[in-house]
Design a protein around this ligand. Structure first.
Ligand code: GLC
Length: 786
């Protein structure tokens, strides 16, 4: 069954029935003030940090699900019937319903009793507030008297205290009305001038600032007493729970249309609210700011555009995948409907990877985030596992600590993102920029941060000369440390090889010969250690536990083969040609399925404390044999590195959400973004997606598709086009903006090969390199494969 379709022209996903299997959400805002909006208006808002500056409340695990949200109620004053344009929370009958999720905005449209209604939610001009632009049209031949109610339920700004310390939160906050603005004061008597607010651009007939007064103590958002009665009670909330509810009376003549604005926001200085929002309360001004928002997104997307024979791929590479990359760049794994914004913060390794997904579009912002996460590095090279953007505090999370309190991989990823930034921009000076370590006392250049990251892993090797496992590696649930301090991670060892290769490439380019020699030795030593202790006959082992026993070996009863030590053997240039082919073949044979490649097979069936968290999941779930999508593009890239373009494309297509749009009842999650995981073959609900939006899947699929399948990669002093495509393709076209110049690329594949460039022509002349051109210039690149 399908719940909606892609509107390519408008760059929207259009949902045509409200009762989607999970809330299908969108994000508003640019990464500071913003929030989540579902297809029925559910969701919540926050300012910069969803834990420390929550604006509105959300009831996780609620049934009915997806409540509350940003609601508009429409009431027919003639008979008292009321409904919402987005169906929830009243769930009344609508003659038509549709939700349009666009880039940074969502439109809900619902028609009932001859009244067309529409509400558009977005954050204008990266401000500290969001606009709800409401449009009503009387479709009938007679005048209509309507009442419009707006509803936003405030949350105490510390969203954890809001759940934990209810008496304190309820006694300390107040919520009051003054001249078309309702202000929520989390701390009445503090010096702080902060607060949250809602404002109405229309004359207010009545209002409620008390949630209990607006809804009624034994009612719900589905049938608020104020809406039922057709008027709010002009309540003030001196304690308990605040709400921003206005009632506006509207009279519409036949065919008349009216627009009005409500604003929900966060104020750092409450005395300035009125001035800051004044213009935006006018519908024309609000519409203009929506236009500016659309322009921003056009320019964000404009850096890469492809025309391949595969429409789903075009849709994702040009639009939805790029969009999801920006959202993961903004929020890491902090806040979605699955990551509640209540504790995880921004992930160090997560952001380091997310950065690469937006590099081609917003390298300056990428540089900003790289700098922020470098500040989370300890002087010895390892890093915080997560950090909170507003306070700058960080830590390792709440996993039990046995011997080590660090994750073995976190710090290594940053080398990849720094190198990516330099290749995109040519800004080698960045390497000399000084950035403090997390103790804030010691400072090192970016280059030193990278070197220390390498050195930390190099100094923490186990009995097989592999990287010690620490608390976990990329796989958070492989917790092998039992206190002996000898568990080793093959994955981290391979990642270390990968970033050593990056360091070697960078050193060679910069003429840092001594460093280059040093890193080449470190790489060869590790490569040898891996090949001598980890080749299992058909694939690479995954780890050694704290008793020195292997995981991911034929000798294991469960967890015989893991995905990551196969893909990274190739990505880390550890595997010989023969081993690379064999281990990727084993991935196809034991791990692949029609919905994606599983993390491990066979999945664990019972808790085993020597392996940790992975064995707490039912078989086929998440890291324990689920299809953890983040890992799939690594297998695509590995296949491309050995020239297997057909297989890489098969893997790309089998997890592409757009390709499952017509069977959404099984996938359950949004078909316009990648989820984090899909239940694997060993699970009774095989094929169902979970945890949509915030996943490294976004950035890595962006890389796998644009840089590896299509082969358009940035270099220190050139652009490379080295495709590895399905052999049946005739070719493809692409536009890439690189260092300010436009490259119009045409790839022709007359011999129907997967890989190999026979001829390269730039601006009409045959050459072997695509140079960096001046800003503002346009160039043509023709690639003949063969
Ligand atoms: C989650 C975490 C990520 C981790 C992955 C696998 O996506 O955010 O950091 O690598 O799970 O455990």
């Amino acid at each position: 069954m399908r719940y909606g379709y892609f509107d390519k022209k408008e760059r929207e996903y259009v949902i045509t029935r409200p009762d989607t299997p999970t809330p299908w959400i969108n994000y508003i805002g640019m990464g500071k003030y913003g929030g989540i909006v579902s297809n029925t208006g559910g969701g919540y808002s926050f300012d910069r940090d969803p834990q420390n500056r929550r604006i509105t409340r959300y009831r996780y695990n609620n049934i009915p699900m997806d409540r509350p949200g940003r609601y508009i109620y429409i009431r027919d004053a003639a008979d008292g019937e009321y409904w919402n344009p987005g169906w929830q929370p009243v769930q009344g009958k609508l003659d038509s319903y549709c939700c349009r999720h666009g880039l940074g905005y969502t439109v809900l449209q619902g028609e009932n009793k001859g009244v067309a209604s529409e509400v558009t939610y977005f954050v204008p001009d990266d401000k500290n507030f969001e606009i709800w632009l409401v449009k009503l049209k009387n479709l009938t031949g007679a005048p209509r008297r309507l009442q419009v109610f707006s509803y936003a339920e405030f949350c105490f700004w510390d969203a954890i205290k809001d759940q934990q310390n209810i008496d304190w939160c309820q006694q300390i906050n107040q919520c009051k009305y003054e001249d078309k603005i309702i202000v929520y004061y989390p701390h009445e008597f503090e010096q702080s001038m902060e607060g949250a607010f809602v404002a109405s651009g229309e004359e207010v007939a009545s209002y409620d600032a008390s949630l209990e007064a607006f809804i009624g103590k034994y009612r719900s958002e589905s049938n608020p007493i104020a809406v039922e009665l057709g008027a709010c009670s002009n309540s003030t909330s001196y304690r308990m729970n605040g709400v921003g509810a206005f009632c506006v009376n509207v009279e519409l003549q036949q065919n008349e249309e009216r627009e009005m604005v409500f604003i929900l926001g966060s104020a750092q200085d409450r005395s300035k609210i009125r001035e800051e929002i004044r213009e935006y309360l006018r519908p024309e001004f609000a519409r203009e700011s929506l236009r500016r928002l659309k322009e921003y997104w056009s320019s964000y997307l404009d850096k890469l555009y492809v025309e391949t024979p595969d429409e789903d791929m075009n849709l994702f590479v040009n639009l939805w995948n790029q969009y999801q990359c920006k959202v993961t760049f903004n929020w890491s794994r902090f806040v979605s409907l699955y990551q509640t914004g209540l504790g995880r913060g921004m992930g160090f390794r997560d952001s380091a990877q997310d950065i690469m997904g937006v590099m081609h579009s917003i390298p300056d912002e990428a540089k900003g985030l790289i700098t922020n996460i470098l500040k989370c590095q300890y002087t010895d090279g390892r890093a915080y596992h997560l950090y909170f953007p507003l306070t700058g505090s960080g830590g390792e999370g709440d996993a039990p600590i046995k011997k080590f309190d660090w994750y073995s991989d976190d710090h290594l990823w940053i080398i990849m993102s720094v190198d990516d930034y330099i290749k995109e921009t040519g800004d080698f000076d960045f390497l000399d920029m000084e950035v403090p370590y997390n103790d804030k006392q010691t400072v090192g250049t970016v280059w030193e941060h990278m070197c220390r990251a390498i050195e930390f892993t190099g100094a923490n090797l186990g009995p097989n000369k592999l990287a010690l496992a620490g608390r976990a590696d990329w796989n958070d649930t492989l917790n092998l440390d039992m206190g002996n301090g000898v568990a080793e991670s093959v994955f981290t060892s391979m990642l270390y090889c990968n970033v050593l290769n990056t360091m070697i490439e960078l050193c060679s380019y910069l003429g840092r010969d001594e460093d280059s020699i040093k890193y080449t030795h470190m790489f060869s030593d590790m490569k040898e250690a891996i090949n001598s202790s980890c080749w299992d006959g058909e694939w690479y082992k995954r780890a050694f536990d704290d008793m020195g026993m292997p995981l991911g070996s034929e000798t294991c009863e469960y967890g015989k083969i893991y995905i990551n030590s196969q893909s990274w053997a190739v990505l880390g240039k550890v595997a010989t040609e023969e081993y690379a082919k064999k281990c990727l073949e084993a991935v196809e044979k034991y791990l692949n399925s029609e919905y994606g490649i599983a993390t491990v097979y066979p999945a664990y069936r019972q808790f085993d404390k020597s392996k940790g968290g992975i064995t707490t999941y039912p078989p086929g779930t998440k890291e324990n044999g689920g299809i953890f999508l983040h890992t799939n593009p690594w297998v695509m890239i590995a296949n491309i590195m050995i020239g297997n373009g057909d297989r890489a494309f098969k893997y790309y297509k089998q997890i592409l959400p757009a390709a499952r749009n017509d069977a959404a009842e099984l996938l359950e999650v949004e078909p316009y973004v990648y989820p984090q995981n899909i239940l694997g073959r060993e699970h009774p609900q095989f094929g169902t997606g979970r945890n949509s939006w915030l996943s490294g899947t976004a950035a890595w699929n962006m890389l796998a598709s644009s840089r590896y399948i299509l082969g358009i990669r940035q270099g220190y002093d050139c652009l490379t086009v080295d495709p590895c495509i399905p052999s049946e393709w005739e070719g493809f076209k692409a536009k890439r903006v690189f260092r300010g110049a436009v490259y119009n690329i045409e790839v022709k594949n007359p011999d129907r090969v997967s890989k190999g460039v026979r001829k390269l022509v730039v601006d009409g002349s045959e050459t072997d390199k695509i140079p960096v051109f001046g800003k503002g210039t346009t160039h043509s690149v023709t690639v003949i494969m063969g």
